[in-house]
Design a protein around this ligand. Structure first.
Ligand SMILES: Cc1cc2nc3c(=O)[nH]c(=O)nc-3n(C[C@H](O)[C@H](O)[C@H](O)COP(=O)(O)OP(=O)(O)OC[C@H]3O[C@@H](n4cnc5c(N)ncnc54)[C@H](O)[C@@H]3O)c2cc1C
Ligand code: FES
Length: 280
């Protein structure tokens, strides 16, 4: 058994290098990373890696690039504490350790053939960007696509280039809102829930994929249920404190459920599966 675990290459730290760093906001930077020795990271949208900084520690970070982009992958990192602040000090050319990918991603095969509504709040756009760009790269496999994005203020909006690209596409409906505007902001002002009623939804064939801060889930789900989207068609990604990322340490246990770990059984779940057992 131990032998088997040791040969699982996803569990070992693999060395990589940062090939590009881009400041996105005052708190977030985008890192493009390549594994060493020409290795390729195979992953699904919604999965995460453990970023390992030698002598500092590890932190789980969602893959925010689409797996259709081969060669390198991207992580959007908010400076929140020890590991993430240390990561913000890194530059192109610096070495980095990566474990993973871990977790269950978004059920891409189940989503195929259906209409999709993406609802992202704040940093939740990071894992959703992976799925959105995957869907765009395989556009004919999916029905209508609506992207709804909310953040606190215009300065905190992430992935400006992607937002512009999505906005320009005729096969994607994009709408965003901020809690508080500024003199240059000409768009919607209000919570993300305020732009859900305006979306035309065929509940028979729609999946909603929602990622954002915990406070957002209850209100967004309530709006989606008003649109008659089935609970099993509402897909969420949960955050828990994690250590190992691979179902061994128990740190990310989902509330009262034994042997139900966010890092392994999630982080992506359908709402019907977790509504009675997990705090969002
Ligand atoms: C599956 C998953 C995907 C994630 N994806 C991203 C991502 O794409 N980009 C990103 O910037 N962050 C992401 N996070 C959050 C990120 O892992 C934490 O911010 C990071 O672990 C903090 O580590 P640190 O050493 O920098 O901070 P620490 O010094 O450990 O802690 C700083 C503060 O953050 C709190 N904290 C640490 N981990 C979490 C957590 N999981 N949930 C809530 N609070 C936490 C601590 O309690 C403390 O108050 C993700 C978390 C999970 C579980
Ligand atoms: S982080 Fe160790 S079991 Fe999930």
């Amino acid at each position: 058994m131990i032998k088997e675990e040791l040969v699982n290459s996803n569990w070992r730290v693999r060395k990589g290098h940062i090939i590009r760093v881009k400041r996105m906001t005052s708190a977030e930077k985008l890192f493009e990373i390549e594994l060493d020795n020409g290795r390729v990271m195979d992953y699904e949208p919604g999965q995460f890696v453990q970023v390992s900084l030698f002598g500092v520690g590890e932190a789980p970070i969602s893959l925010c690039s689409s797996p259709t982009k081969r060669g390198s992958f991207e992580l959007c990192v908010r400076a929140a504490g020890r590991v993430t602040n240390a990561m913000h000090a890194l530059e192109a050319g610096d070495e980095i350790g990566i474990r993973g990918p871990f977790g269950k991603g978004f059920p891409v095969k189940v989503l195929a053939g259906n209409d999709l509504i993406f609802v992202a709040g704040g940093l939740g756009i990071a894992p959703l960007r992976s799925l959105i760009n995957y869907v765009i790269d395989n556009r004919r496999e999916f029905g209508k696509v609506d992207i709804l994005l909310g953040c606190k203020n215009p300065r905190e909006m992430l992935f400006a280039d992607d937002l512009e690209f999505w906005q320009k596409r005729v096969d994607v409906n994009f709408n965003c809102t901020v809690d508080k505007g500024d003199p240059d902001w000409a768009g919607n002002i209000g919570l993300i829930t305020s732009i859900i009623p305006g979306v035309t939804i065929n509940p028979e064939r729609t999946f909603a994929v929602v990622v954002g801060p915990p406070v957002m889930y209850k209100f967004v789900i309530s709006e989606l249920l008003k649109k008659k989207i089935a609970e099993r068609n509402i897909i969420l990604s949960l955050e828990r404190h994690m250590k190992c990322g691979m179902g061994k340490c128990g740190h990310c246990q989902i509330d009262s459920l034994d042997n139900y770990y966010c890092c392994q059984d999630g982080p992506v779940f359908s709402y019907d599966r977790i509504k009675n057992v997990a705090k969002m």
